[in-house]
Write a protein that binds this ligand. Structure first.
Ligand SMILES: [Mg+2]
Length: 233
């Protein structure tokens, strides 16, 4: 599925924006399974629901509001910090240092950002485990986004304005096609991280990759190799 990138296509890029989960580490690590379970537990405890009912509501909010958190804030007025702390209380040991990825990010010319629907502490823990944290200039998280998650356009505007990103000279890397719609409309280069061996994963139907998606410039299943190719250009 890897597209070989044309380095000339990225030579104008001065700001490099990376999603965190399933982008800076591959989908098969499945860190999200732990976060997912924690969120189910949170909903079950909060609303005194059986796990099955809690899970249904959790997924309903995810679909309706982009994140479970957003749905819980709107419908149940929860404290977002309590939720985020609980959701991200996970074991990061599945993430191993990835020196080639670190070198490739470091070698990109310009600023590098993590732009996540998770928290700064989650992003720092994951990037630190991968050994790549020091190569990023800044992290923009769900708290900075006032809890309005990607793919909301207002959150991309907030991010690009706060960090003074000229979107005509920026590139965005993401694993969810819908999160590349806004950056593409803003003139950014877009790269989709697609999971390897897709058949092994149960993914939401709306998260499936369409080969003809016009919001996606490139698709790759190997971020380090993709960036190395750009750096050789
Ligand atoms: Mg992601």
């Amino acid at each position: 599925m890897t597209n070989i990138p044309d380095p000339a296509d990225f030579s104008h890029v001065r700001d490099w924006v990376f999603d965190l989960d399933n982008t800076l580490y591959p989908h098969h690590i499945n860190l999200f399974a732990q976060i997912d379970r924690n969120m189910t537990d949170f909903v079950a405890t909060l609303l005194q629901l059986e796990p099955e009912e809690a899970r249904k509501l959790q997924k309903q909010y995810y679909h309706e509001h982009g994140t479970t958190l957003r749905g819980l804030m709107i419908h149940h007025k929860i404290d977002p910090n309590a939720f985020l702390e609980k959701a991200h209380a996970i074991d990061y040991s599945a993430l191993l240092p990835h020196p080639e990825l670190g070198e490739a990010i470091k070698a990109l010319s310009g600023r590098k950002f993590i732009f996540t629907n998770g928290t700064v502490s989650h992003a720092e823990a994951a990037a630190r485990a991968l050994g790549i944290l020091d190569h990023f200039d800044d992290i923009f998280d769900i708290v900075a986004a006032d809890y309005v998650p990607k793919p909301a356009g207002e959150t991309y505007d907030k991010f690009t304005q706060l960090k003074r990103i000229d979107t005509a000279h920026a590139a965005m890397f993401e694993d969810l096609p819908r999160n590349l719609i806004a950056p593409r409309a803003l003139g950014m280069k877009t790269v989709l991280l697609a999971p390897r061996n897709l058949g092994e994963f149960v993914i939401e139907r709306w998260e499936e990759v369409r080969e003809d998606d016009e919001n996606i410039d490139y698709v790759t299943d190997d971020l380090a190799t993709f960036l190395q190719t750009l750096n050789r250009g």
